[in-house]
Write a protein that binds this ligand. Sequence first.
Ligand SMILES: Nc1ncnc2c1ncn2[C@@H]1O[C@H](COP(=O)(O)OP(=O)(O)OP(=O)(O)O)[C@@H](O)[C@H]1O
Length: 499
Amino acid sequence: MYLASYIFDVPSTGYTRMVFVNIFTGCAAFLVVQILSQPELDLQHIGDALHWILLIIPHYAFTTGVRDIYGIYSTIKYCNITEGLIETKECKDIPGYYDIRSPGIGRNVIFSCCVGIILIFILLLIEYRVFEKIRYKIWKNRLPPPSLSEHLEDSDVLNEKQKIRSLTPGQINNSALVMRDATKYYKRFLAVNNLCLEVNKYECFGLLGVNGAGKTTTFKMLTGDVKISSGDAWINGLSLKSNMKDIYQLIGYCPQFDALLNELTCIETIVIFGLLRGMTLKESKYEAEKLSHEFDFHQHLHKKVKELSGGNKRKLSTSIALIGDPLVVYLDEPTTGMDPATKRYLWNALCKIRDSGKCIILTSHSMEECEALCTRLAIMVNGTFMCLGSTQHLKSKFSEGYTLIIKVKKNENFGELNHNELQPIEEFVRTNFSDAIVREKHQELITFYIPNKSQPWSKMFGIMEASKTLLNIEDYSLGQSSLEQVFLSFTKYQQDEQN
Ligand SMILES: Nc1ncnc2c1ncn2[C@@H]1O[C@H](COP(=O)(O)OP(=O)(O)OP(=O)(O)O)[C@@H](O)[C@H]1O
């Protein structure tokens, strides 16, 4: 029933599966009543029939088997004691232990073996995603089409798409990672929409996006955790669709939530992953030492995972992704829960790893992290790239203005500046930079947002320098809007899951 509801895509929530289960139970009850109402059937037959049916349940087959073995053993013992004294029908024809006839356990053994083989077969079908393929084939024609709005996409994203679609097999072989129109549907929900991307060695590519934008799903497709619905991706020229086994040797993955075993120590964890990657015990231990120094958790190497802090667990997860020198490393929010100092330590380590020739794909909610690590990045909204390029390129292209931060000199009594003292500065900025908005006021710091980009830098700096003394300004900074502002300008397009 579960398989049927899985293949026919009966939703697991709401009333549909309940109706499905009720119909099934109703049909089963109808059949049972029909059988029981047959006048020629007596209870002996019903018992036999139920015994046959229930033998497919391993626990039932085992327990009744043990009971029957004991039954035969008791009969043999009884017959031996009473031999020559009492003549009973049972003693004349004692079945062997493995007899098919009751109470022999032949049937139990055959049923248990067959059920085991069938379950292994079903497991293999699930492992090789046969049901998923069948379900996808059944629903293929009913899925909503992927993006029809390419004319609305950013020019960089379109250029990347055109470049990827025209790559030759030889060019694909030379790239560390290529995604061509990678699309993922969860049932009928389009989670990732026609992604095209090429990332090379010595590059760190950042995936930015609000919760639910499709970043983790993209990783799951690339790691083979979920099947790509359409499109393809290649790692070092190997297709995700046909060479997943070989690809596992080339990739490392740090998932969003630490997939660690609490009872193992850090060194045991790394050694196990090292052995799984085909390293010798000696090499795995050396790798554990090396990575723990690189990621600064050497003092915790012999602690159990459950005793580690959240930040140290992330360090361990990140280092696991690097075991066995993979070509492509996927890091899903690696620095979540780390303090600023540890974060910077990890960033330095990742920069070194990137510069050693690895290709790193990273998701993060920290713009600072993307600016520190990524050579290129994309902002994802509703499973699509909204923009793509280096941090500076995105800031130049999409930042919609400037940020002016002014630090006012404190008054003689070193008291807090009051509203009247800041008023002239606000008026001055509003007069000289049209549409300027006060974004933040904190003690002696005022932050303005200037949306109008028409004035040249030289003129703006000239105005500020000329009035510095007059307005009692201690210091000021004038710059482009941050990556965060670019990010926020895109995230308004993200639809919630209900939509
Ligand atoms: N197994 C699943 N079945 C159905 N829908 C799913 C499944 N996994 C994810 N989704 C949906 O796909 C969309 C993308 O999810 P995903 O986890 O990729 O987002 P994300 O960008 O990684 O978010 P976050 O930043 O919170 O990790 C979401 O709307 C999510 O609800």
